[in-house]
Design a protein around this ligand. Sequence first.
Ligand SMILES: Cc1cc2nc3c(=O)[nH]c(=O)nc-3n(C[C@H](O)[C@H](O)[C@H](O)COP(=O)(O)OP(=O)(O)OC[C@H]3O[C@@H](n4cnc5c(N)ncnc54)[C@H](O)[C@@H]3O)c2cc1C
Length: 196
Amino acid sequence: MKYDVIVVGAGPAGLMAAIAAKEMGARVALIEKGNKPGRKLGISGGGRCNVTNAKPLPELMENIPGNARFLHSALTRFSNQDIMIFFEGLGIRLKEEDRGRVFPVSDKAATVVKAIVDAVYTSGVDVMLDTPVARLLARDGQITGVRLTRGQTVEAQAIVIATGGCSVPKTGSTGDAYPWVQAFGHTIVAPLVLSQ
Ligand SMILES: Cc1cc2nc3c(=O)[nH]c(=O)nc-3n(C[C@H](O)[C@H](O)[C@H](O)COP(=O)(O)OP(=O)(O)OC[C@H]3O[C@@H](n4cnc5c(N)ncnc54)[C@H](O)[C@@H]3O)c2cc1C
């Protein structure tokens, strides 16, 4: 089957991108190399998942280290308030703790993972688990799909790369996409390794 959109990686970014593309009417495949979606999300916030911070946007921006302006346009299009509305719309009750930190009332990241994964399946996205992507495919400068490590091709006219960074590689994010996007002329800023 040919898809409109392939999302590679079923972390929170890929899960939300798949839902958004489906809501726009696209035929969507979500391809994940691991055997379950949202593994890193499941360990986030000490297992409680700090879903966002409720402080006003200017205050949030002041507390972003480095180049906060880089995030400005993304946060004005989809803000901390939007993320709370999104999760509450999935039936997750949220609470605000000290310094504006927002958690699920259940105090369990698993609540968040289950709700978002259920939403992906309910929306009709084709989810492929245990399916590592090996590389992107293109013809005449136009994306045509992905090649799986087991050899098959999945076709689509758009790809969302949501393979995460390099932190906690046992959750699946091992920097696979860096060479893929370099091959298309993008520059990779070397990941910052902080010493303990
Ligand atoms: C210990 C810890 C605690 C954290 N706590 C919080 C918190 O409380 N609040 C917060 O907001 N953030 C927190 N974070 C950060 C947050 O978890 C990450 O920002 C988030 O998971 C990134 O989401 P992502 O979808 O971009 O990538 P990931 O969650 O890393 O997901 C990437 C997915 O892509 C898949 N993938 C990779 N390569 C391929 C391939 N070749 N083919 C197919 N699939 C592939 C991976 O298997 C993985 O499932 C925490 C992180 C850690 C490590």
